[in-house]
Design a protein around this ligand. Sequence first.
Ligand code: HEC
Length: 147
Amino acid sequence: MVNLGLRASVAMRVSALAAALLLQIGDAIADISQVPSTPPPGDAARGESIVFSRQVGLCLLCHSAPAGDPRVQGNMAPSLAGAGARWSAVQLRQRIANARSINPESIMPSYASTDGLNRVAPAWVGQPILTTQQIEDVVAYLQTLRE
Ligand code: HEC
């Protein structure tokens, strides 16, 4: 009888473990299904307003652009002029999504990544700066900067 009781309790633990595992696998599948396999097409006009926005993109804190008032643009980073001629969409996307994947010392924010951040305010934990759609919009705008 003792033996049976033991077996039963082991069996219960195993099935509890299996259930927990299944739940985790279920979560992982749900997460994967939310990642779009092909990113939505970008909108250059929306991208331009993100790049020039002091609340959303803040790109001109560091970069200058071939438009707008140069007195409110940065000079800590290469000008965005001609970025669309220098880089492909894939290269632009990688730089914006995760600049540190190209240069680990980069001061440019990784707009799609939440890794390696310190002292993030609770309301922002786990949230990237830009959504996948916003990054595509910025890429579409940068591609128009040919010279
Ligand atoms: C805090 C400063 C900073 C901000 C904000 C910033 N960048 Fe950068 N960016 C850099 C620096 C510095 C580089 C040079 C490469 C490096 O050090 O990573 C760079 C490189 C780039 C490049 C490659 C430039 C080239 O032609 O060599 C592009 C394109 C770019 N950034 C786009 C953006 C966009 C778009 C935004 C806003 C969504 C942005 N950056 C925001 C600092 C910044």
